[in-house]
Write a protein that binds this ligand. Structure first.
Ligand code: FAD
Length: 116
């Protein structure tokens, strides 16, 4: 069965927004624990995402290109590249990843780290 394309797209937009915003607030110099959390989060996300076809593709892709967790820039650029990979598969335009962190403000206090 086809499923509902509108709902699938809405879920996709909301999820990408959350994921890119999370990367834009990931620490610039993460601890080993923070690095493990991000890697585990992305791997678990890729098995639990509620669109079976999307999850299968995404899981395969991030097994080939493991999450980059060494810094905010590394994590943001990695996710941008993964999203572009999905864009290409769906014949959508490629997004310019330069300065991506600034394109995803979280509305939170800039003085404080993401988990305070
Ligand atoms: P989206 O791709 O949802 O992007 C939303 C906005 O983010 C864009 O308007 C743009 O402003 C910005 N953006 C675009 N590219 C990037 C980028 N590289 N980095 C940062 N920001 C960017 N749909 C399917 O039909 N099949 C699938 O297999 C599939 N797999 C998916 C896997 C995952 C993990 C996710 C989260 C979604 C998946 N989707 C899939 C949904 C699909 O990616 C889109 O979210 C959906 O089609 C809506 O597309 P959109 O054109 O509104 O823009």
């Amino acid at each position: 069965v086809m499923g509902n394309q509108t709902e699938k797209e809405e879920l996709g937009r909301a999820t990408w927004k959350f994921l890119h915003t999370m990367m834009a607030r990931y620490p610039e110099t993460p601890t080993e624990t923070e690095r493990k959390s991000l890697k585990d989060f992305m791997m678990l996300f890729s098995t639990l995402y509620p669109c079976g076809e999307c999850a299968t593709h995404f899981n395969k892709m991030i097994t080939t290109y493991p999450p980059q967790t060494s810094s905010r820039v590394a994590a943001s650029q990695w996710l941008c590249a993964m999203h572009n990979n999905v864009n290409e598969r769906l014949k959508k335009p490629v997004f310019d990843c330069s300065g991506i962190e600034a394109k995803y403000p979280c509305g939170c206090d800039e003085e404080k780290s993401s988990n305070e």
